[in-house]
Design a protein around this ligand. Structure first.
Ligand SMILES: O=C(CO)COP(=O)(O)O
Length: 251
């Protein structure tokens, strides 16, 4: 039995008081509910240690938002997979469209990071998705296929997050057909690339997920869960996503 996984990407948000407030709200939820959907929080690097200590011995998982591909060395400002592993991080979001855009991250770089993260036992959450212009010119499948080919290694042990860029932080959500078609498409490509193993890779959706639209999103066949930005730092709403996931337990 599994219910959708919910991954909260705080992005560049979360000063200490806010981080404490978000996590305390989640912990209170956990004391009052049992066996709820797998939930992972990805705070900024500066709050990882605090959040780790707060969620220890709770059901919540810990993720980071990026990592370098080397384990150590002269890379000012970067954080390595070994450093994340060292403090108990389990998941790492890689190739997010905001990193691809703000830091010119290419598929080749995302691939190197993905391999490095896996080698340290982390679970990469590799993000892919098309821009508005690419969607409008019907290139979404071509773009997503190229990103899958370019960003995922020969042996992949992680999750894929489909995040159409035009739906991120815009309030625009891909509609059910758009999500469903793309999840099926990604599944087909993963099976072509990995055979039987490709059937087991979780495919998440991200882009303006909120309590009001999440039921429709969870109902998408084959969807493994959601990657949530804005709502992940609004704890009362984030908890609603966890609650509603219970209605979608799949065998
Ligand atoms: O980018 C996202 C998660 O990684 C989605 O962000 P929003 O939920 O704010 O649209």
């Amino acid at each position: 039995m599994s219910s959708p996984i919910i991954i909260g990407n705080w992005k560049m948000n979360g000063l200490t008081q806010e981080a404490k407030h978000i996590v305390s709200t989640l912990l209170t939820y956990a004391t009052n509910h049992h066996n709820f959907a797998k939930t992972v929080v990805c705070p900024p690097f500066t709050q990882l240690q605090l959040v780790k200590e707060m969620i220890e011995s709770s059901p919540f998982g810990l993720g980071a938002q990026d990592c370098h591909f080397e384990d150590k060395g002269a890379h000012t400002g970067d954080i390595s997979p070994a450093m994340l592993q060292d403090i108990g991080v389990k998941y790492v979001v890689l190739g997010h469209s905001e990193r691809r855009k703000d830091h010119q991250e290419s598929d080749q770089l995302v691939l190197k990071k993905t391999i490095a993260a896996q080698n340290k036992g982390l679970l990469p959450v590799v993000c892919i998705g098309e821009t508005k212009q690419e969607r409008e010119t019907n290139q979404q499948e071509k773009i997503v296929e190229a990103q899958l080919k370019g960003s995922l290694p020969q042996n992949f042990n992680g999750l894929v997050a489909y995040e159409p860029i035009w739906a991120i932080g815009t309030g625009l959500t891909a509609n059910n057909d758009q999500i469903s078609e793309m999840i099926q498409f990604i599944r087909k490509k993963l099976v072509a690339q990995y055979g039987e193993n490709g059937k087991k890779i979780s495919i998440l959706y991200g882009g303006s997920v909120k309590p009001g639209n999440v039921r429709d999103i969870y109902a998408t066949p084959e969807l493994g869960g959601v990657l949530v930005g804005g709502v992940s730092i609004v704890p009362d709403d984030f908890i609603k996503l966890i609650d509603i996931a219970q209605e979608f337990i799949r065998s």
